[in-house]
Ligand binder design. Structure first.
Ligand code: ARG
Length: 464
């Protein structure tokens, strides 16, 4: 027996194409457990307001429990005649509680305040799964950093050799960005912890209901201040979509580096067989598809964000049906991330770094020139002069086809008398990284401290 929530004023049912356009259970069925949780809370406030007797409440909650079980087991599913998740579950309730009792639950609520509330609940749970997945990726970065506490990486700017850094420092730079994504979701969650339930269609309820009690039961900190805002606002969706798109962009930056590092020309890393794919025609190929899919999906998540913003743009208050388009983009973003997390974590965890090659390349491109200049500054030479002298050292070394450390004492002295043989102390990659020992720098002891703090924050985030 199909159920319709709004049949009364209509002489006929919807045209087939109308119903097909309108239907949303193929995606909003995800909200079913939240819808039932909302119904339980709503039944309780109806009872508190004297609109359900204690017996009726008991019967209603029992029917909702059965419905919840049947939804979980797959015994109850939406049909094509159900317009949306709310309609389907209304049918399910009426079937279980009977139409007299079941028909009382809709008093004082609208699908507008329901869907806004349930969607917040779904996203708040999803944010926890996204955080958990992100922490797995950070774990993989930290574990590589621990495996290579003092390995050197040729640090780059503009993709050109710049200055040597610790590989661990570089890996944790990605970790810092990912931890910000985590805290961004946590900040978002605090703002999203307001329940719209009780807002009704837009104007609030006349039935003496208690929105705060519903909010508390559903795990919100409070209920919304404004029923119009509660039903019409979707900035919580857009902000979530941004937070996860930013996360995907950060993941894509790691992915891009893995792709580059994995080329024959770089030769920094080898991918584990389990996290690479082959070619159907070229037998020798071993491709970094995890990283490429990460890069590709970042584009998809950006699209989900921009599509959503376009949907929201210029919608007058309060609810408009356009808002039904708010769910699929973020459902998709979360689904894509959940596919990515274990794969990225697995790929990173099993990556082999060729640390000998990294160390060998680190001084290439005169990356220790800054160290010469700063060494001179420490000897009291003005930086302008020091920069000149270091630059000239590069020029001389380049013209001779040698590294900076291969310049003779005489050559150094000729460039600037302050360049005594003691400068050689900073002309090793190890000496260079060691000297960058202020907070945030790449010196091994600073990096070890950074890693410890990062791990503490990861542990704290796991408690969230
Ligand atoms: N399915 C709708 C949505 O996802 C909620 C139902 C509100 N429909 C309505 N006609 N007021 O936004």
């Amino acid at each position: 027996q199909p159920v319709q929530l709004w049949g009364g004023r209509f002489a006929s049912g919807p045209a087939e194409a109308m119903a097909a356009l309108s239907a949303s259970t193929h995606f909003d069925w995800r909200l079913a457990p939240y819808d039932i949780a909302g119904s339980r809370a709503h039944a309780r406030v109806l009872c508190k307001a004297g609109l359900l007797t204690e017996d009726e409440l008991t019967g209603m909650l029992a029917a909702l429990d059965t419905l919840a079980q049947d939804v979980a087991s797959g015994e109850f599913t939406p049909t094509i005649a159900d317009e949306d998740v709310h309609t389907a579950l209304e049918r399910g309730l009426l079937e279980r509680a009977g139409t007299d009792l079941g028909g009382k639950l809709r008093a004082g609520r609208s699908r507008n305040d329901q869907v806004a509330t349930l969607f917040r609940m779904w996203l708040r749970d999803a944010s926890r799964r996204v955080v958990a997945g992100t922490l797995e990726v950070i774990d993989a970065l930290v574990s590589q950093a621990k495996r290579h506490p003092e390995a050197i990486l040729p640090g780059r700017t503009h993709l050109q050799h710049a200055q040597p850094v610790l590989l661990a420092h570089h890996l944790m730079a990605h970790g810092q960005a990912l931890l910000r994504d985590v805290s961004r979701l946590q900040d978002w969650d605090a703002r999203t912890a307001e329940s719209p339930y009780g807002s009704g269609a837009l104007a609030g309820s006349s039935l003496g209901l208690d929105p705060e009690a519903v909010a508390e039961e559903l795990g919100f900190a409070t209920s919304v201040e404004n029923s119009i805002d509660g039903t019409a606002s979707r900035d919580f969706v857009a902000e979530f979509a941004f937070a996860v798109a930013m996360l995907a962009v950060n993941l894509s930056r790691i992915a891009e580096e893995v792709i580059i590092w994995n080329t024959a020309e770089f030769g920094y890393v080898t991918l584990d067989d389990a996290w690479a794919t082959g070619s159907s025609i070229m037998p020798q190929k071993k491709n970094p598809d995890v990283a490429e899919l990460t890069r590709g999906k970042a584009g998809r998540l950006i699209g989900n964000l921009t599509g959503l913003l376009a949907t929201l743009k210029a919608q007058p208050l309060a609810y408009n049906r356009d808002l039904q388009e708010d769910k699929e983009p973020v459902f998709d973003s979360v689904e894509q991330l959940e596919l990515l997390f274990p794969a990225i974590a697995g790929m990173l965890e099993t990556l082999t770094f060729h640390t000998d090659r990294l160390a060998e390349l680190a001084p290439a491109g005169f990356t220790l020139a800054t160290d010469i200049a700063e060494w001179l500054v420490r000897q009291g030479v003005p930086f302008r002069v020091a920069h000149e002298a270091a630059g000239e050292s590069v020029r001389v070394a380049e013209s001779r086809g040698v590294g900076l450390d291969e310049l003779t004492d005489e050559e150094f002295e000729k460039i600037n008398p302050a360049l005594t043989p003691a400068v050689r102390g900073v002309l090793t990659v190890e000496g260079s990284v060691k000297s960058r020992n202020a907070r945030g720098g790449t010196a091994p002891e600073r990096v070890a401290e950074q890693r410890a703090r990062l791990e503490e924050r990861v542990t704290a985030a796991r408690q969230w």
